[in-house]
Ligand binder design. Structure first.
Ligand SMILES: Nc1ncnc2c1ncn2[C@@H]1O[C@H](COP(=O)(O)OP(=O)(O)OP(=O)(O)O)[C@@H](O)[C@H]1O
Length: 335
């Protein structure tokens, strides 16, 4: 446990809620948000937790940040136990949670960071220098003295990351660092993540964007419904689907009726659907298959139905296909 930056062993977290909320006290429901999750992160590594909404990524980060207690299992961060040595864990980490932007809107970006620096008992001189450094690193220098209420989503996200870095922690947890950002801000945040790695930081980031996971991470854990379904370098993960072929068909019409038939074609290994591909009219079917002539059979089946093929693309397998291969579902393609 001492030799890893982060180690999680069989973590499990169950939320118990009541249907209908507080007013209508309905049946109790159990949600296993994190189910037997184990992984380690080496010092200096960027580790991506990739999974769709509700997969358990944020809950895992909250357990590792000491914000939630696990129901069972153990975890260590920087060698410290997240339950029994929570204070030492908190001193070792910087956390940027997607849901928590908690800034004072009527203060400037700089004043906000100064406030948090005081909360961390940072020396004033150090804090002033560090805040300037972070504003420069995040391309926020020009906006440092504007009120946070005037900040765009991207600027608030960057300020959130700056706050996590104030005390220069060796380990960073970034929850969906680029979600909702415009492409330029997202690119900047990715550059900053790589720069932080160069400085020797260990970074755990969550994302539902497979390109981001692949681009940034040394190793990736794919998580779905609370369980880790595969772990490895992006290359190792893609080897699980190497040798297989991937075709993406854009179709219009009622595809659902055909789904079982397509899955039944010999050589078809996984079929997944993304409905209403932006336009609202078409769906994207992604099919992983192996063997010759399988594509001909797929096309023949579609041609004999009332579904119309709008376009067809052969693709190189990606992490998305690893996810599809294991789950038969698609990652939400928002970003
Ligand atoms: N406080 C809570 N009470 C009840 N259920 C919760 C609570 N927090 C999370 N959950 C549930 O636990 C599951 C995992 O949620 P979590 O936020 O960890 O997922 P996630 O992978 O981070 O997804 P997202 O990207 O949507 O945040 C979900 O089903 C969610 O509804």
């Amino acid at each position: 446990m001492g030799s890893y930056a982060v180690e999680a062993r069989n973590l499990r977290k169950i939320f118990r809620t009541r249907e209908g909320g507080i007013l209508f006290r309905g049946k109790q429901r159990e949600i296993v948000a994190v189910n037997d999750v184990s992984f380690y992160i080496n010092f200096g590594e960027i580790f991506g937790l990739l999974g769709p909404n509700g997969a358990g990524k944020t809950t895992t980060i909250k357990i590792l940040s000491t914000l939630l207690l696990p129901d069972s299992g153990e975890a260590w961060v920087n060698g410290f136990n997240v339950v029994t040595e929570a204070k030492m864990v908190r001193e070792s980490i910087g956390v940027s949670l997607y849901s928590d932007r908690g800034f004072y809107w009527k203060l400037t970006g700089r004043e906000n960071l100064m406030y948090f620096a005081r909360l961390y008992h940072l020396q004033r001189d150090y804090a002033e220098r560090r805040i300037n450094e972070l504003f420069n690193m995040l391309d926020l220098a020009g906006d440092a003295d504007r009120l946070v209420e005037e900040y765009s989503t991207g600027m608030k996200s960057k300020l959130n990351i700056a706050r996590a870095l104030l005390h220069d922690p060796p380990i960073l947890f970034l929850d969906e660092p680029t979600i909702g950002l415009d492409p330029n801000s997202a690119r900047k945040v990715r550059e900053v993540v790589l720069e932080l790695k160069k400085q020797g930081k260990t970074i755990l980031l969550t994302t539902h964007n497979m390109f981001e996971a692949e681009y940034l991470s040394d190793r990736v854990a794919i998580i779905n419904k609370g369980r880790i379904i595969a772990i490895g370098t992006p290359r190792e993960l893609k080897e699980k689907v190497s040798g297989k072929r991937v075709v993406e068909l854009e179709v219009s019409g009622n595809y659902r009726k055909l789904e079982a038939g397509l899955k039944g074609i010999g050589g078809v290994e996984a079929v997944s659907l993304q409905e209403n591909n932006g336009s609202g009219y078409t769906s994207l079917i992604r099919i992983i298959y192996s063997g010759d002539e399988v594509l001909d059979r797929i096309i023949a089946m579609l041609a004999n139905s009332d579904v119309k093929i709008r376009s067809l693309r052969n693709l190189e397998p990606t992490l998305e296909d690893v996810f599809v291969y294991y789950t038969g579902e698609r990652l939400a393609e928002k970003s």
